[in-house]
Design a binder for this molecule. Structure first.
Ligand SMILES: Nc1ncnc2c1ncn2[C@@H]1O[C@H](COP(=O)(O)OP(=O)(O)OP(=O)(O)O)[C@@H](O)[C@H]1O
Ligand SMILES: [Mg+2]
Length: 352
């Protein structure tokens, strides 16, 4: 075994636009970065949270493992978006052995899907602040058909799915290990991806609020494709700077600005609702991850609306990194897109 530990696994973040993979080596000195790579997902392979081309995506994953020379087959993956419901609920205190049944029946009223179609997991957070007879429970429900689809995908890629996590938890998992994490501060962890945005407000490493939204970079891809009358693949090349716009380059900047302003308004509304329900608690800072962080104007407009410091996540800061293998420029380029894969790579096979 490469790392001499049977619990060892690889973190695999299967985004709808980019797949990211990370492998860490854990020792007494700390976690060191062994492998990291990113591969673009072809246009149309994933659409509206569903995999449209299983074999195409499996091949992207296989090629990524090959190009990064990753031998380990056990992976931790994660899901998010429409098919996952995360909620903190209050329920009567019951003995341990009745808990599963109680939570399952409570869950029915919070989950917009048939209870028989979801996998339910939960964690008791502690006594309710409102009543000693009640307890707070973090409820996570994932649609079974989605989990089955991802498991099939991983098998098609020749890998073994060992852990299925939730994107937001994996991001939080990584963030808690970073030197920039100051648990005292009320921090918004933001992930603006291609197809979705997730928000997680933390204090003392506990989540106070989680929210998933359907905004994301795909809106920019669609607007660019319409504006220049080109297909989505060509729009992607322009957005990623591989090709120049066919005319009026100013339109590209305008589109990015208009759409990121709309993201900003949506995020600010959630933050304001949080603050008005959280007594005197005020947000102290925002940490941005995901492709949305590549738009400079986005962080600026968020900072001016929320009046708190905004920074891109420094995903690799808590790791031991060999600069010969991972030069600074490479890490700088990858820092926004890597945290979920790194958070997943920190999991161990027997983790829950
Ligand atoms: N310099 C850049 N490098 C990579 N992606 C960029 C860059 N600039 C803009 N983007 C956009 O960011 C998006 C990719 O971000 P990210 O990797 O966070 O998405 P994802 O995780 O695949 O999406 P999701 O989680 O929503 O499924 C793409 O839409 C891409 O076009
Ligand atoms: Mg993502």
């Amino acid at each position: 075994m490469v790392f001499g530990n049977k619990n060892h696994l690889v973190g695999l973040d299967i985004g709808s636009a980019f797949v990211k993979v990370a492998e860490l080596k854990m020792s007494k000195k700390g976690n060191s970065l062994e492998k990291f790579g990113v591969a673009q997902v072809a246009e149309g392979v994933v659409s509206e949270g569903r995999i449209m081309d299983m074999e195409g995506l499996a091949e992207t994953i296989r090629n990524l493992f090959k190009s990064q020379k990753i031998k380990e087959k056990k992976v931790a993956i994660s899901t998010g978006g429409h098919s996952v419901v995360i909620k903190t609920i209050s329920t009567a205190k019951v003995p341990e052995k009745e808990l599963h049944k109680t939570i399952r029946s409570e869950a029915e009223q919070y989950i917009p899907y048939d209870i028989d179609d979801v996998n339910i997991d939960y964690q008791v957070l502690g006594e309710s602040e409102f009543s000693p007879d009640q307890m707070n429970v973090l409820l996570v429900a994932v649609k079974q058909d989605l989990v089955a689809e991802y498991i099939e995908l991983i098998r098609m890629a020749g890998l073994t799915p060992s852990i299925i996590d939730v994107d937001t938890f994996a991001l939080q998992n990584l963030y808690e290990t970073l030197p920039e994490n100051d648990p005292e501060q009320v921090t918004l962890l933001l992930d603006v991806g291609a197809s979705k945005t997730s928000m997680n407000i933390l204090k003392e490493n506990n989540s106070l609020m989680m929210r998933d939204m359907m905004s994301g970079f795909n809106q920019i891809h669609e607007a660019v494709s319409e504006r220049y009358e080109i297909d989505l693949e060509a729009a992607g090349d322009i957005i990623l700077g591989r090709k120049a716009p066919p005319d009026d380059p100013g339109a590209l900047v305008e589109i990015q600005q208009a759409i990121s302003n709309a993201w900003c308004a949506e995020i600010c509304e959630v933050v304001h609702t949080f603050e008005s329900n959280a007594n005197d608690m005020k947000l102290n800072k925002v940490v941005v991850s995901g492709g949305g962080g590549f738009i400079e104007g986005f962080a600026k407009s968020l900072a001016s609306e929320l009046a708190v410091p905004i920074a891109g996540i420094n995903s690799f800061e808590g790791l031991i990194v060999d600069p010969k293998r991972f030069p600074d420029e490479m890490l700088e380029k990858a820092k926004l897109q890597s945290p979920i894969a790194l958070g997943l790579a920190m999991r161990r096979v027997n983790d829950k």
